[in-house]
Design a protein around this ligand. Structure first.
Ligand code: GLC
Length: 679
């Protein structure tokens, strides 16, 4: 199957020519190896162009060979057979140049269209389903970029034909124009304080270059650290606050490069003991390595880690979700919507969504994952349906729905997104939410109810309510619990998931406000001397031994087990601004500001109140630095914050796809349970 994409700008003469093709070498005229290179060019225009010579190299210690690639059916980046545990690396030489002119114009025009259009909703009711299809751009808005794409949504990144207009690839903007656009967004209101100046300097020095262009930031950059492990890599999740800091400062290039390079890595073959995860997985991190070539030459290669090297071999489920969230943020802040409209970028979004939306054995709309699949990337008893992943999943679905180009080929996907969003928000709002009243309900639950009408659907035994919670839960306020499984509620408070429930409107407006009320009421526990506890409370004694597997890094009130992570500050700030509680954000920033620089920007703090720099904490941790800067900028520019969060979508509340109520079987618990919690 071929993907044919025609792209034209209405305002230009349309002289088309094929830019690249792949998989069908006869059609494209490229030799297999070249074709492979050419495809990369499509997503990496800043570093390469058609004239650049790019090759796939085998990274000496890990790659077994290089051979014909083109004949794979859909894993287009897939190479020859690898031996177990190996992964492939991408390498390139760096002779590219950047197109100018046309792209800049397009970035601005598209941006304007987006600014003035609102999504329209087309409603269709059929016998089984009540469907809503969102049409991007509104009914009266003509798309600036005309695109016909024919991608089978069940398969991966396809070969494509892009068409240039007047010799320009209209499907991209160049980094210069991006920076031009961004530069207009935020003008500094005051001079940076000394601490901010230091933070900017440190952030700048953490930048990683690839082929002479910035592509990310190191996780930590402590010159005194002789054993950096993988902290000398660019982590996808860690880069998000760096990206936002750069974007808010008017620097879009690094973010654009990061998005495009990680997109390439997405298609990499990755194996752990001869088994490959689904295509579309984004790496947890990547490293730029320099590989020696013949004749005193060397070359840079990107070496991704999909979990096959990570401690515990954890799957980075959150990486793809963060990538989508960042892609939307990039478009919103820079106005460069052309990036998200690119065929390869659209396909990247679809691949991630296909992985997340694939049918399985699940009974719940929440995403089933293993332990350690997110920011908490070690065993902490969060396998199953952890809140953090659900909140990021919901955010990524909403971001994707905004960004996907709607056409015949994507209609089904958009429908699936809407259905999932609606089911997921119902599920989380109804079953993850706890406050005083709900805990009292659980306390009086009957168990062993066999029926579709059961109140205690998950057969939660009231004895599970932990003692600490009975005393801790305030009269006002509530939160989303950490996890829900059959006969299991994890009542721990996980900060990131709760904050993203607010930011993405996964929670109802009332719930979102109540989460912040709880944080305010429990300030000493959750903020202490250094914002913000990653979770509360810590697992202790036998619980720690069984749940963490006696992990010496995750001892009580340390690291993931109740440690305090300053990077969470930016997400807290965003949530506070959204809910009109910037006062809380300022209070937290002020307390962080007192210590971060003095303590050399630690990764995390230990003890119940966050008084000590963490036992094994890295210093000069980049997301601590970037999180601080981003928080400062957001609080001073709330209008920028509003580009990053998502408001309640009332249409979604109306969608119930199960259609049981319509058949008269009355089994749809969603319809029955439309408690006031949903409003
Ligand atoms: C730790 C954190 C993880 C982070 C990584 C790099 O493993 O748990 O969330 O991405 O360090 O900073």
């Amino acid at each position: 199957m071929y993907t044919i994409v025609l792209i034209a700008n209405f305002t230009m003469k349309t002289s088309y020519r094929f830019l690249y093709s792949c998989r069908n070498s006869a059609f494209s005229g490229f030799a297999p190896g070249k074709c492979h290179n050419t495809l990369i060019n499509s997503s990496s225009d800043f570093c390469f162009n058609l004239n650049s010579s790019r090759e796939f190299h085998t990274y000496p210690s890990r790659i077994s060979g290089f051979g014909p690639i083109i004949n794979e059916t859909y894993k287009v980046f897939r190479g020859p057979e690898l031996s177990c545990g190996q992964s492939r690396v991408l390498s390139s030489s760096c002779r590219g140049s950047v197109n100018k002119g046309v792209s800049s114009l397009i970035g601005r025009v598209v941006s304007n269209v987006r600014n003035y259009s609102t999504p329209s909703v087309e409603t269709r009711v059929n016998e089984k389903n009540f469907e809503r299809i969102y049409v991007q751009g509104g009914v009266n808005v003509k798309p600036v970029v005309l695109e016909r794409i024919d991608i089978d949504e069940n398969i991966g990144r396809e070969e494509g034909y892009k068409v240039e207009v007047d010799g320009q690839d209209v499907n991209k903007t160049n980094s210069e124009s991006v920076n031009e656009v961004v530069g207009e967004v935020l003008s500094p209101k005051r001079e940076d304080s000394d601490i901010e100046k230091e933070a900017w300097r440190l952030l700048q020095s953490a930048i990683v270059d690839y082929c002479g262009s910035p592509v990310g930031t190191l996780a930590a950059n402590d010159p005194g650290d002789k054993q950096p492990l993988n902290y000398d890599q660019v982590f996808i999740r860690d880069f998000v606050p760096s990206a936002l800091a750069f974007l808010l400062r008017g620097e879009g290039e690094i973010v654009r490069n990061f998005l495009l390079h990680t997109l390439q890595l997405q298609s990499w073959e990755k194996t752990v003991d001869c088994y490959s995860p689904g295509q579309g997985l984004m790496p947890a991190s990547f490293k730029v390595r320099t590989v020696p070539l013949d004749g005193n030459k060397s070359e840079e290669v990107l070496d991704p880690d999909f979990g096959e090297s990570a401690i515990g071999r954890v799957a980075p489920v959150d990486s793809g979700l963060w990538w989508i969230i960042l892609l939307r943020a990039y478009g919103k802040i820079t106005g460069d919507y052309a990036l998200q409209e690119r065929v390869d970028v659209q396909t990247g979004i679809k691949l991630i969504l296909n992985l997340c939306l694939a049918d399985g054995f699940d009974m719940f709309p929440s995403l089933l994952v293993t332990d350690g699949s997110c920011m908490i990337d070690r065993r902490m008893g969060i396998h199953g349906h952890p809140l953090e992943i659900q909140a990021l999943f919901y955010s990524a679905l909403r971001c994707s729905r905004e960004m996907l180009t709607v056409n015949d080929a994507s209609n089904n996907l958009v429908r699936a997104i809407n259905n999932r969003l609606s089911a997921l928000s119902f599920h989380i709002r109804e079953y993850y939410w706890v406050d005083m009243k709900k805990i009292n309900e659980i306390y009086r639950y009957k168990t062993e109810e066999y029926s579709t009408e059961a109140t205690n659907k998950f057969n939660i035994y009231p004895e599970q309510i932990p003692k600490w919670l009975m005393d801790w839960i305030p009269e006002e306020g509530g939160y989303m619990i950490g996890n829900l499984q059959p006969a299991h509620m994890d009542f721990r408070f996980f900060t990131l998931g709760n904050l993203w429930s607010i930011v993405s409107s996964l929670g109802t407006p009332k719930q979102n406000a109540a989460i912040l009320n709880l944080i305010e009421a429990k300030w000493d526990d959750l903020m202490g001397h250094m914002p913000l506890k990653i979770c509360y409370p810590a697992l202790e004694n036998e619980d720690w031994r069984i749940t963490t597997g006696s992990d010496p890094k995750n001892t009580p009130w340390s690291y993931h087990n109740g440690g305090s992570w300053p990077t969470l500050l930016w997400q807290f700030t965003l949530a506070c601004i959204k809910m009109g509680r910037a006062d809380l954000a300022s209070k937290a920033i002020t307390s962080a500001e007192k210590r971060l620089s003095m303590d050399r920007w630690p990764e995390y703090y230990d003890t119940r109140n966050g008084r000590f720099i963490g036992k094994q904490s890295r210093l000069y941790q980049t997301w601590t630095i970037a999180g601080f800067l981003t928080s400062k900028m957001l609080v001073e520019n709330p209008e920028m914050a509003s580009l990053l969060f998502l408001e309640e979508d009332y249409e979604l509340l109306e969608i119930c796809v199960c259609a049981l109520s319509k058949t008269g079987r009355k089994r749809c618990s969603r319809v029955a349970a439309k408690s006031q919690i949903l409003v």
